[in-house]
Design a protein around this ligand. Structure first.
Ligand SMILES: Nc1ncnc2c1ncn2[C@@H]1O[C@H](COP(=O)(O)OP(=O)(O)OP(=O)(O)O)[C@@H](O)[C@H]1O
Length: 525
């Protein structure tokens, strides 16, 4: 496919090299000299751009700043980042910020062309799949919410209780944890099912329009109000209004919202009339609302009105047991959506990698990662090599390319800073040109991975292994005994009592598992 590509790089030589390389593959290339220039280009005519190739080290607005600004502006164009040697930390950050792929300079024409081709394939299929997901999003039920962890089961239990009445609910949690999904499930299980479910992202509306969007306006109410506009409250009448990012609501609009909640009445902008509405409010926030109240940015009276039934949805890294289940559901869904002859499965190395990652973007990030890997995978079973973006963020999984860049960075930091030209002895592309596609890393010890996935401080004994299968009873028992010994500081009678077994049974088990009661965390000799 021929693509429109924007190259953002402050180095004129690099810009020209990339332009030539990409044009040779038939693409149309636009260039910008820095981050601000790139952003300006995207604002005026950016719709046509299919892929962005971005230098990370630029004066002024650097690559990371550019990446963040595009994401904040809702631009989802795939971004391939370029780094000089030694830019490892920045690459990791860029991957976290949502970059699609990375290349180390000087990049071979084949490598950059392959990366662009991958980005185009994913973007095309993602567009189709997003549409499918959107059309499904209207009818979410509790059974669609994948949940295996006790934390999520508790969330579902609370949400089901909330569905029995119309009391206001606040869903708290980081971006991508599933707040909207839970809100939709509450509506679907309530007596408002089938009625409108209207969402408003309070953080995404310009401040001067929030009031009119929520409550509507009369024709001529303000300059530019050429038509009468029905507000979201009226649209949601009889159903549910989902107020996302409620913490971003301006203070003056909070007063009006308070009135709507207290009296069930709204006042349209430009009209003196008040109107009765019957709306169930579900609000969501990724901010700590009580902190916002303390700081004077959120009205206390509104806080107590909205926060009648708070539900906190934990971040994915706090409920890693859910990862294997979610990953499998997403792989199955992808196979179905793309009508694959055989379903995509997730192999043990991929599962270990997915479980070890912290998922700052939560379930949305996991969903996208599975989707991208499945689009580009060569085989039906995904392995760790199919997740280079995630692997780049975990030292034990880093690709050859990045490890090489790291080594070179320590050996030749000056060369790294100088963006050496192609004659540099520092990095040479491999013959197939795919220097960024990771070779299989040395297999990490599954115990170490589990320990990383479930830090002892989390006080969690996982129920599933890295392949997502239920663990052996003996293994879990051994871990519980080791934990109890540590917890009760080796007090054998207390340990036995708390575990509900006799002392002689406890001693027998210690012997069976080779556990030293004074040093329960030490491996058996
Ligand atoms: N438990 C889950 N099971 C299956 N899919 C989930 C689950 N939680 C979230 N998702 C999916 O993850 C994506 C993000 O979920 P959602 O939009 O509900 O998150 P959010 O917390 O509202 O995010 P934001 O705060 O950014 O709006 C959606 O595609 C949703 O379908």
């Amino acid at each position: 496919m021929i693509a429109q590509i924007l190259v953002v790089d402050d180095d004129p030589v690099q810009r020209r090299l990339l332009k030539n390389a990409l044009e040779r593959h038939g693409h149309v290339v636009h260039t910008a000299e820095n981050g601000l220039g790139g952003l300006a280009f995207l604002k005026h005519g950016g719709d046509q751009i299919n892929v962005i190739v971005l230098d990370l080290m630029m004066p002024g607005l650097d690559g990371l700043g550019f990446l963040k600004a595009t994401r904040e502006a809702g631009i989802e164009t795939p971004v391939i980042v370029q780094t000089g040697h030694g830019g490892i930390e920045t690459v990791v950050e860029a991957m976290r910020a949502g970059a699609f792929d990375f290349v180390v300079k000087p990049v071979s024409p084949e490598r950059i062309a392959a990366s662009v081709a991958n980005a185009l394939t994913v973007d095309r299929k993602e567009g189709r799949s997003r549409t499918a997901r959107r059309s499904r999003s209207g009818a979410v039920t509790f059974s669609d919410i994948v949940s295996a962890s006790p934390e999520m089961l508790r969330v579902i239990e609370l949400a089901q209780r909330a569905a029995h009445s119309s009391i206001p609910v606040v869903l708290e949690g980081e971006s991508g944890v599933g707040k909207e999904m839970v809100a939709r499930a509450i509506q679907a299980a309530s007596d408002r099912a089938g009625k409108p479910f209207i969402t408003v992202n309070c953080g995404a509306i310009p401040e001067n329009l929030v009031e009119s969007i929520l409550f509507g306006h009369e024709k001529g109410a303000f300059t530019g109000a050429t038509e009468r506009h029905t507000g979201k409250f009226v649209e949601a009448d009889g159903g549910t209004l989902f107020l996302d990012e409620i913490g971003d609501l301006p203070l003056d609009v909070q007063v009006k919202l308070l009135r709507a909640v207290q009296q069930g009445e709204i006042e349209t902008v430009g009209s003196a009339k008040v109107q009765k509405v019957n709306v169930r409010l579900i609000s969501a926030t990724n901010k700590d609302l009580i902190e916002e109240v303390r700081e004077g940015r959120f009205r206390e009276d509104l806080y107590y009105r909205l926060n009648v039934f708070p539900i906190t949805i934990p971040a994915l890294r706090r409920r890693k047991e859910d990862i294997p289940h979610l990953a499998r559901v997403f792989a199955d869904r992808f196979s179905l959506e793309q009508k694959l002859p055989r379903p995509v499965t997730i192999g043990p190395t991929a599962m270990a990698l997915l479980t070890a990652h912290d998922w700052p973007g939560n379930i949305r990030e996991l969903e996208n990662a599975i989707f991208r890997a499945a689009v580009l995978a060569q085989a039906d079973e995904l392995t760790d090599a199919d997740f280079p973006q995630i692997a780049a963020q975990l030292p034990e999984f880093r690709s050859e390319e990045l490890r090489h860049a790291e080594t070179v960075a320590t050996a030749a930091p000056r060369a790294a800073e100088m963006h050496q030209p192609a004659s540099s002895p520092v990095v040479l592309p491999t013959p197939d040109g795919f220097i960024g596609v990771p070779v299989q890393p040395a297999r990490p010890d599954p115990r170490a991975l589990l320990a990383a996935a479930y830090p002892a401080s989390a006080n969690v004994i996982p129920t599933t292994d890295t392949a997502g299968e239920v663990r052996k009873l003996a293994e879990v028992e051994e871990e519980l005994i080791r934990f109890a010994l540590k917890f009760y500081r080796g007090q054998m009678s207390q340990v036995a009592r708390k575990l509900g077994i006799g002392r002689s049974t406890l001693y027998r088990k210690l012997k069976d598992y080779g556990i030293d009661p004074d040093n329960p965390l030490k491996e058996a000799a």
